[in-house]
Design a protein around this ligand. Structure first.
Ligand code: UTP
Length: 464
């Protein structure tokens, strides 16, 4: 213990022992365990992240090349290029070389739901949860490609037990338990304005999940990359748990990724308006990457080309493909993703040891972002996809990306497909992901299903 105390004092962090003498044996052990896990050599990196936040470096941006696979009848048809590429992705899926990685370790603060975000009941009629939607999409992939891609779910310490129990209680939603693995991401401490580690209690350091970019280290440390290699996985389909509309695997996307020899690929949608708060795929000093909306000046975000279209239109939807070998190489050479600081309200104890819920941001939290792998990749491929087909995240408590807004957009999107196929749309609608994942599939299903013609479309319609 003395050794630990000396180490913390040497870097000006001795305050973490302030209440040590008051603590009982168990509390001391817990605090000591937490402190042992703090990598003090990294403190300068945390400080550098705060400085980068306070004075962002100037960027030299230019637009980046992007493929588009939707045709003019957008969004219901794929163009010839997509149709030509799909068989290559199809083959990878059939031969079991693709895994699905779902990141679900966030805190879902904005949504404010009590429980892991994946347990949120998102579907408009059945109340099916996000986790079940993803599981059903995987089962459908199993039907389409003759095998279910293995699923890796990244969780955080705060929601690991709840997530595992939820899946177990629901019999893994019909998937094989050995094909579903959970692994916890790392944690990061927070620093206050004076650069001191924030204490959440007298016997507790404040820590929070280390961002979706924590996935790189977590895949390695928790043996998941090794597990993927054992299973012969070469490509990872990376998804975020809150995007209801994303396909779990997309053969055209995989086909193009392989065709281009990409190590990382990403999907983007066309920005609605210059001020939309979404990370933009572009070149920075000629290197591809994602630049946060906050780093664009108003003038730059609104720049248009000769045809009046936004120059920086590629909004990232956080859907990626990663080559397992690429991530392995980053690990082997000891590379890690950069830390980003954010000024946040962090609950803590004051000098008297009393708990404080701050009303204003009081400390810096640190996260890594998964898209920081992009500038490290030898080759990157970017694909534009139709927004309403593939991007519908549950982020907030209200508004377009709140539960009600999402349910409405979901029903509007599939409602148009029902109208195209059956001539009328029902007042409320839900489509089991086992039946169709997008409007294209639903139209095809409805047109070839004779029963559909006799459905009563004046009532809510649940297509199962
Ligand atoms: P968001 O950045 O939207 O965060 O995460 P969030 O935790 O869901 O919500 P807020 O910001 O607290 O309101 C996008 C995706 O990345 C995952 C989330 O679970 C979500 O799928 N994520 C985020 C992690 O897995 N770990 C993290 O540390 C952060």
């Amino acid at each position: 213990m003395e050794e630990l105390r000396v180490k913390f004092e040497a870097v000006g962090q001795g305050h973490v022992f302030r209440w040590w003498n008051e603590l009982g044996e168990r509390a001391r052990r817990r605090l000591a365990r937490q402190l042992e896990a703090v990598d003090l050599d990294r403190l300068p990196e945390l400080q550098a992240a705060i400085e980068a936040l306070q004075s962002p470096r100037t960027r030299n941006l230019s637009p980046a090349p992007t493929f588009t696979l939707a045709n003019e009848n957008y969004p219901y048809l794929l163009n010839d290029a997509a149709r030509a590429l799909a068989p290559r992705g199809d083959k990878e899926l059939r031969e079991g070389r693709v895994a699905v990685l779902l990141v679900a370790g966030g805190q879902g603060t904005r949504l404010g739901f009590d429980g892991p975000k994946g347990c949120f009941p998102v579907m408009p009629l059945s109340g099916m949860t996000l986790f079940e939607v993803f599981a059903r999409k995987l089962r459908r992939a199993g039907r389409d490609y003759g095998r279910v891609p293995p699923l890796y779910v990244m969780v955080g310490n705060h929601n690991e037990a709840a997530t595992r129990n939820f899946w177990e209680d629901h019999d893994w939603f019909g998937l094989q338990p050995e094909d579903v693995q959970f692994f916890a991401q790392g944690e990061m401490p927070a620093l206050d304005a004076q650069g001191k580690l924030v204490m959440a209690g007298k016997d507790q350091l404040f820590t929070g999940p280390d961002g979706h970019g924590g996935v790189l280290q977590a895949l390695h440390v928790k043996g998941m990359l090794a597990d993927m290699r054992r299973r012969g996985i070469r490509t990872i389909s990376y998804l975020q748990v809150d995007n209801l509309q994303t396909p779990v695997v997309d053969p055209a996307f995989i086909g193009l990724h392989l065709d281009e020899g990409a190590e990382v690929s990403l999907k983007v949608v066309r920005k609605h308006e210059p001020a939309e708060r979404v990370g933009i795929y572009c070149l920075d000093d000629g290197v591809p990457g994602i630049v946060e909306y906050s780093e664009f000046s108003e003038q730059q975000a609104g720049e248009r080309d000769g045809q009046g279209r936004l120059r920086y239109w590629q909004g990232s939807i956080a859907v990626h493909l990663f080559e397992v070998d690429f991530l392995g190489r980053l690990i082997d050479r000891g590379a890690d993703l950069p830390l980003h600081a954010a000024h946040k309200k962090v609950p803590h104890v004051n000098d008297q040891g009393e708990p404080v819920e701050p009303a204003q941001p009081n400390a810096y939290k640190f996260e890594r972002f998964v898209f920081d792998t992009i500038p490290m990749a030898g080759n990157v491929m970017c694909l534009e996809v139709p927004r309403d087909e593939q991007f519908l995240p549950v982020k907030n408590a209200e508004g377009a990306f709140g539960p009600e807004g999402v349910k409405q957009s979901y029903q509007d999107y599939f409602g148009r497909a029902v109208e195209i196929a059956l001539g009328k749309k029902p007042p409320a609608l839900e489509v089991d992901p086992l039946v169709a994942e997008n409007a294209r599939e639903l139209i095809e299903y409805l047109k070839t299903n004779d029963d559909a013609k006799s459905w009563d479309l004046t009532k809510p319609l649940h297509i199962t």
